[in-house]
Structures are given as C-alpha cells and as structure tokens.
Design a protein around this ligand. Sequence first.
Ligand code: PLP
Length: 382
Amino acid sequence: MMKVPLIKPDLPAFHEIEGPFREVLESGKITNFGQFVTQFEADAGAFLGTQVATVSSGTLGLILTLQALGLERGQKVILPSFTFMATAQAVLYAGGVPVFADIGEDMTLSPTDLETLLNRHEDVAVVLPVHMYGLPCQVGKISQVVNEAAQRLGRSIAILYDAAHAFGAELGGQRVGSFGAAEVFSLSVTKLLVSVEGGLVSSRDPDLIRVIRRMRNYGIEQNYDAQWPGLNGKMSELHAIIGLQNLRKVRENLAVRTEKAAHYTRYIEDSTCFRTIPVPPESTHTFKDFTVLVPPSMRKKRDAIIRFLSNMGVETRAYFDPPVHRQSYFMRFATRTLPTTEDYARRVITLPFFTSISEAEMSRVVAALAEAERTFTQSLTA
Ligand SMILES: Cc1ncc(COP(=O)(O)O)c(C=O)c1O
C-alpha cells in the first residue's frame, strides 16, 4: 500500500552545504554571529524588505519581541485560540495575560471579535494575530480596528504578527514580514523556509531589531554589560548555513507549492464533500499546512475519518484541535465561548502536503478522502 506522509521537509542536499560546514568546523567559528548568521540576516532582510534578527526558535522570537515592544507583567495580549500553543505560551513567558479571540471563516483572527474584545478590555498592550497555515490575516481590517481603539484610549497598542507559518506569504503584493510592529517566523522543519530549528524577527523598525539582537544575547549591550532583559536565543552558524541554502530556493518552492495546492484544491472540491479554505486573490498562501473541513453533518465522525485515512496509509493531523483555550494549562483564561473556533477545530483535517508531493500522492489522498466519504455517509444514513 502506498503511504503518504504528512510532510517531507525541504532540506538541502549534502553537497550544497558540505563546503560551508567544513569551513566553520575547521575555523571553529560555529556560533556567536559569524559570517553565515550575518549573511542569512542580510539575505532574509533583502527578501522581505525589512530588518531581520535571527533567533533560536519562533517561540523565543515571540517572547523577546513581546518584551521588546514594552509588554509589562500582567498586561493583556489578544490572540486567536485557534493556533499552535506556542503562541499562547510565549505570551505567558513574556509576562502577559492571554485574551482569546475567535476566528473568521478564513481561520485567522476575526476583526469583528477583536473589536468586541478591545471595547471590553481597556488594558490590552499587544494584539497577536496568526497567519494561519501561511494564509495572511486580514491585516488592513486588524490595523483599522486597533488604530480606532488606540485613538479612543489615547495610547498605542502594538500589533505583532505570529508569522510562524508564513515565510514567503504575500498580501496585496507586499511580503508578510513587513506588517505591524514586527512579525516572527519559525524555521522549524515543517515550514517553507527551514533552518532545522530557528526563527526570524522581522520589522521595518531598525531600533526594535537592534534591541532583539541584544535580548537574544543575554541582554548584553557591550563589554559583558547587560542593559536589557535577555536569554540565550542565538542561532548557530550550522543552522544559518541550512537556512541560507534553503532561502535561495524559496521563490521556486513557493511557485511549485502554489501550483500544486491549486490543483489539490480543485481535485478535492470536485471529487469529495471536504471543503478547502478559500485563498483571496490578493493573498499568496505558503500552505505550510493544507487543511480541509469535514462537512458539519460529519463533525462527530472527524476522528474516525482520521483513523480511516491512517489505515489507508494517509497520515493526517487535526491542526489545531483542541484550540488553546480548551487545553489544560490555558483553560483558566477561557472566559467565553468562541463559536467559530470550536466549530472549525472539530472539523479540521490537515492533509499531506509538501513541496515535493507527487501527482500520485495527491491522487492517493483524494481517493482515500472519497472512500472515507462513502463509508461515513453510509454509516450516517444507516
Ligand atoms: C503558530 C505558531 N507559532 C509559533 C510556533 C513556534 O515556532 P518554533 O517551533 O520555531 O518555536 C509555531 C510552531 O510551529 C506555530 O505553529
């Protein structure tokens, strides 16, 4: 039986990194902001049109950026509950209090619910939307709602985008990375740009990036004098070499993914009852994850469908179920129901998708979905 994995990471061939690996190992300059980290920051910044600081993970990038934006202990941060828990963990580690918002039909932060929350909570310091699966949020509406609240309150409210899934995404011809006060990318293995582990903080504000560079290096300004809060958030040269090599292929990989995702979408929509999430014409989606929704009538069968697909050799996940406000550690912050989040979390199935996915693998997944539909529609009517 043909098995289709959830992902296959985009990694360089050994010969592509052999030379630089040998160079850093022989010179002993394997960390502490050597030539490859410096080059990676310059090239990623040129790609995004921003200033960039490398960090050891997306989670650490979020923690440091929340603090660099001035978040103080006990201040509120609005974020969607429909996300990976790292978004909310970062808020807590940075000293903030998470306030969970609902999502819209595009599975990103609902500007309407954001407005409701900003009217209800006067002490919000940061809004932290997530470009879900690599689909850009409704950036224009979010900034309008936040600006109106900031004007009403007579102070600023920062917008920090969790862009963990979204390196390469675009909105209205502008690359994700340049929106809000800052955006944070993850470079872990499931992402379009991989450095094995790692993250990037991206901003148009050079002063903010300068502070992040201090904070990721124990808060040291110079001469071992810590002038900032800080942790060890350094990226090694070895990780930067892999990131740099992958960055060279990002445009090409994105074009391949866009074409394959469009084909997969048509195929699924034409042959099954599972629904894909529409991509607005002004958006470029990275498809870090390719998620479909089971029809509302089959919601209770979602977990059985996942097992069925697994038995047919198709590996899937339910990204992101349970949503964060339903997770044990975060339930104490769940003060209200989030209807769209709760509905979609029960209906998501994340399908195999990666840059090198073949036509045969996509056909196999669609055939398995069609088979699942036949089996579970029969069991519903039986
Ligand atoms: C939405 C979201 N935010 C943050 C992170 C954390 O990134 P990292 O694993 O690089 O710490 C992830 C990880 O995949 C994520 O999915």
